[in-house]
Structures are given as C-alpha cells and as structure tokens.
Design a protein around this ligand. Structure first.
Ligand SMILES: Nc1ncnc2c1ncn2[C@@H]1O[C@H](COP(=O)(O)OP(=O)(O)OP(=O)(O)O)[C@@H](O)[C@H]1O
Length: 262
C-alpha cells in the first residue's frame, strides 16, 4: 500500500516498517554500546564511511580508492574489533524469554546472605569477589578453584574471604543458592579505558562480565567500596540497599540460571 510519493519514488507501508526496524536496531545498538570502548570504535568507522562518501562525491580518486579498500574489509574489521560485544549480544539474545529456559531459585534468601556478608566484609576491610552464574556455563572457571558445593550463607562467605586463609584469593562462584567453588581465577578485562584505581580484583570481575552474563559483586579491600560488574560495565560506590536492588534485579526470574552444571 502506497503511503506517499516523492517524485518517482513511492513510499509504502512495507518501507515504513523497514525504516522503523532499522531505526530501532540502530537505537538498540547505540543503547547497548553507549559509554563503552566499542562506541568510540564505531564512531571511528562512521567517520571512515563519511570520508568515503565525501571523497566519492568530490571525485577525489586516490582518497576514494583508499576508502573503498577500507570499506570493503569493514565486515572483517568489525567482527575482529567487536568480538566481545558480538558475543555478549548473542548471549543476550540467547537469554531472551523466547529462546532461553527459566528456572526458579531461592534468590531472596541468597540476597539476604550476600548483602549481610558484604556489609560485614566492608566493616572488616576484607576484599571479596563473588560471581553469580546465570545462563552462561562457568565450568572452566569453577574448575580453576576449589570445589565447595555448599549452601550460600553469610558466615561461609565471610570465612572464605578471611585474609591469609588458603581460599581467600580469587573469586567465589555461586550458582542458584550454592557456592560452587572458591579461589577461582577469572579472565581479565579487555577494556583499557578502566580507571587505574581499579586493580586486578575489579579487572577480573569486569573480565568475566564481558564474556558471560555473570553478575559480579566486588568488595574493595583497600577502600571498602562495593561495586558490581554486569555486561562489561562496572558500577562502583554502591550502598548496601543499592546492592540489594541490583541483586534482586540480577537474580530475578528473567535472569535466573539454566539447569546445566556451571
Ligand atoms: N584473575 C583473577 N581472578 C580472580 N581474582 C583475582 C584475579 N587477579 C587478582 N585477583 C584477586 O584480586 C586480588 C588483588 O586485588 P588488587 O589489589 O590487585 O585489586 P583491586 O581491584 O585494587 O582490589 P582492592 O581494591 O581490593 O585492592 C588478589 O589477591 C586476588 O584475590
């Protein structure tokens, strides 16, 4: 069905749907990448495309040739540069209600235990790194640590991060209401724009959140600051009520882990 006509071009309902879909996808991509390193790279690619259009319009043959070479390999460049983002985006799609499986867990009990453990860890100035596995299997990281297989409790969490004990280093990984392992080694972030005030604990929290849908809670040993990492982003300086809210959202039905082993 034709909606209107511009010269010899007719604009149909199908064109409107097409344009709206592309606009929605671009908006979602922008929302998804806002504030990340990928957004800056994406901007660079847009500049390149604009340069190519200008060179072609002004008939600048050599410049146009260079730009056309670059734009012909842009797909490979995008895949290489955005590898972590593409991975996260696919993961996000996989978790969607239509595609994913959803399971119940006793999240409120876990949240209470974790929030009060974090409160105590802050008071004691103990560093902590707690990873919540959701839909992505984290088996390879669980296997780097010491298998625990115990119910989440405040006392156990505080004990695991007690300084100078054999298990205090590295991350605790929780799945559903179970502490799967402690002393786990996580991958470090690829994000070079992270502030230098954040050391290895925060970098590894960010790292695991970049390559999986894990939700990570970090307590800084140095400052007592509470942070969380999710989808490659770090949210720092949280109060305990803010942490509780974020945990509630992260462990809500929408995000609960799948049944497969971690
Ligand atoms: N790859 C890793 N995976 C898991 N934990 C790690 C990893 N690398 C370091 N850690 C943990 O981080 C601790 C070192 O933290 P570091 O002081 O470098 O980080 P930070 O982000 O500045 O944290 P804090 O504010 O607590 O000092 C180590 O003792 C270890 O427990």
């Amino acid at each position: 069905m034709e909606l209107f006509r511009i010269g010899f071009l007719s604009f149909t309902l199908l064109d409107l749907a097409d344009v709206s879909l592309v606009a929605f996808m671009l908006y979602k991509t922008y929302q998804y990448m806002k504030g990340t390193l990928a957004a800056q790279i994406f901007l660079g690619l847009l500049v390149l495309l604009a340069g190519s259009a200008v060179a072609s319009f002004l008939n600048l043959t050599s410049l146009d040739w260079i730009f056309s070479r670059l734009t012909s390999i842009w797909f490979i460049v995008v895949v290489i540069l955005f590898q972590p983002e593409i991975r996260r985006m696919l993961l996000f799609l996989g978790q969607h209600r239509i595609f994913g499986k959803f399971f119940q867990n006793s999240s409120e009990e876990v949240i209470n235990a974790v929030v009060s453990a974090v409160g105590e860890l802050v008071d004691l100035h103990y560093g902590a790194l707690i990873v919540f596995a959701r839909n992505t299997g984290l088996r390879i990281y669980v296997e780097t640590g010491e298998q625990i297989g115990a119910k989440v409790s405040k006392r156990l969490l505080v004990s695991l991060f007690f300084p100078n004990t054999p298990l205090h280093d590295g991350a605790v990984i929780i799945k559903n209401a179970t502490i799967e392992a402690a002393r786990c080694v996580l991958p470090l972030t690829q994000n070079e724009s992270i502030s230098e005030t954040f050391g290895m604990r925060h970098r590894s929290a960010l790292g695991i959140s970049e390559i999986s849908d894990a939700f990570v809670v970090i307590v800084s040993e140095e400052s007592g600051r509470v942070s969380v990492a999710e989808n490659g982003q770090l949210f720092s300086g949280l109060s305990l009520p803010e942490l509780r809210e974020r945990l509630r959202h992260a462990l809500s039905e929408k995000h609960v882990p799948a049944e497969e082993t971690v």
